[in-house]
Design a protein around this ligand. Structure first.
Ligand SMILES: Cc1ncc(COP(=O)(O)O)c(C=O)c1O
Length: 424
């Protein structure tokens, strides 16, 4: 154990020299590795290739999936996603290939037209605010940034975002129109909201009558262990509390089948679903029903999905383990200079380096040929006030490359830490 926090300046200077040499050695390897985005690996995509063999196009109620119409989705696809999300079929819209597109559409709808419970469209308000648990998913923040919301950060904890802060804010401020949530295996920490957190969300009493919870359950079946986290069903809690209009839940098969050609769905109150469908009507005549049908034929039900996800887990788990093993070996031995999450599912490990070093670490990795998600990307406007968080996405690179990349990352982290300590 060499505890950096107990080292003298002379020892730190010596350590800096050793690390600089190690870093230069990595640079000479001319690496070209990418740990930046949570993309499935080609082997994961290969798991679903049989899906494409399915040529059936007549649905169980006689609908010809090749043709126009049935905007709400094939009935069997609505039933399939209703089972996954634990709601009724008529509380589901099955969309195109991306849940992000549905989220964007719903923010845009609130902005342009408002919701049944809105006094006026959001665009007519002098100010609109949105709550953003941090760190969070950069693409969520990009949507609300695009529509000019002021984004208010709320700290994440292992049981979900800080609910005291959220209740306090939304109950007082009617300019707060919504919140982004990734309730299971959150991006990037991998935390799952506790039952209490979910219940407190379902029972929120926002000052804005048209406050909406964007419940992005992107990782609802993406377990990495045999003892998965469990998540309380928010829409059922809301049904009991009479607050179903407040929640939009999303999921997709992007990380079950194909990221670029999966099927996305959303669920909410019947009231909201009817309103959304009426407003989607001018936009499109139907989403890709052939793909919807293919997916249902392939998986049949939630049990079929769970079986398939075990194959993903078999490919992903060793990658997560490798990153954690290297970090434990290379960084944990240097004292309390960084910490990281150990998720039971999802796509990311969240690394917290010493304050003020994340940008430097990511830049050093980049200069040595390893691309990481930009430091700060998990915060609104791309700004991590602590400059500490780095999102690690282990899914894409082969395991040998992942090991090299994590070893380089560890050297960069240690070097940036030593530099920081020497500045003090
Ligand atoms: C939390 C979260 N939501 C949504 C998505 C994208 O989903 P989709 O492909 O369905 O748009 C991702 C992708 O990384 C994600 O991490």
């Amino acid at each position: 154990m060499i505890n950096y926090l107990e080292m003298s300046k002379a020892q730190l200077t010596e350590e800096k020299e050793t690390l600089t040499k190690a870093y230069e050695t990595f640079k000479h390897l001319n690496l070209k590795l990418d740990m930046s985005r949570g993309k499935p690996s080609p082997e994961q995509l290969d798991l679903s290739m049989d899906l494409l063999d399915n040529k059936e196009y007549i649905g169980e109620t006689g609908i010809d999936a090749r043709n126009y119409g049935v905007l709400e989705g094939m009935p069997e696809a609505r039933r399939f996603f209703a089972e996954l999300l634990g709601v009724k079929s008529d509380e589901v819209i099955v969309g195109g290939n991306a849940s992000l597109q549905l989220m964007y559409y719903l923010i845009e709808l609130g902005y342009r037209n408002g919701y049944p419970d809105s006094e006026k469209p959001w665009k007519e308000n002098a100010k609109n605010k949105f709550l953003c648990p941090v760190p969070g998913y950069d693409r969520h923040f990009r949507i609300t940034e695009y529509f000019g919301f002021e984004m208010i950060t709320v700290p994440m904890t292992p049981s979900g975002p800080d609910m005291d802060i959220i209740e306090n804010l939304v109950e007082k401020d009617d300019t707060i129109k919504g919140i982004w949530c990734v309730p299971m295996y959150s991006n990037p920490d991998g935390y799952t909201y506790s039952d209490e957190t979910v219940r407190r969300f379902a029972n929120l009493k926002p000052a804005a009558r048209d406050f909406k919870i964007f419940w992005d359950n992107a990782y609802c079946v993406h377990h990495l262990t045999d003892t998965p986290d469990t998540l309380l069903n928010i829409l059922q809690e809301c049904r009991a509390a009479g607050t179903m209009d407040m929640v939009f839940e999303f999921c997709s098969t992007s990380k079950i089948t194909f990221s670029g050609a999966g099927v996305a769905a959303m669920a909410s109150s019947k009231n909201n679903i009817d309103y959304i469908l009426r407003n989607m009507f001018p936009m499109t005549i139907s989403f890709d029903k052939i793909n919807q049908l293919r997916h249902v034929k392939y998986f049949k039900n939630a049990k079929g999905v769970a079986e398939h996800m075990k194959k993903h887990s078999a490919l992903l788990k060793p990658k997560f383990d490798k990153v954690l093993e290297v970090l434990n070996e290379e960084v944990a031995s240097c004292g309390d200079i960084a910490h990281w999450t150990n998720p039971k599912g999802g796509y990311f490990i969240s690394l917290y380096a010493m304050e003020g070093t994340a940008k430097r670490i990511v830049a050093m990795c980049r200069d040595a040929g390893v691309v990481l998600t930009g430091a700060g990307a998990a915060y609104p406007y791309g700004k991590d006030p602590q400059d500490s968080n780095i999102r690690i996405a282990p899914s894409y690179p082969p395991i040998s490359e992942l090991e090299t990349a994590t070893r380089l990352l560890s050297v960069c982290l240690r070097l940036a830490t030593v530099e920081k300590l020497l500045e003090a």
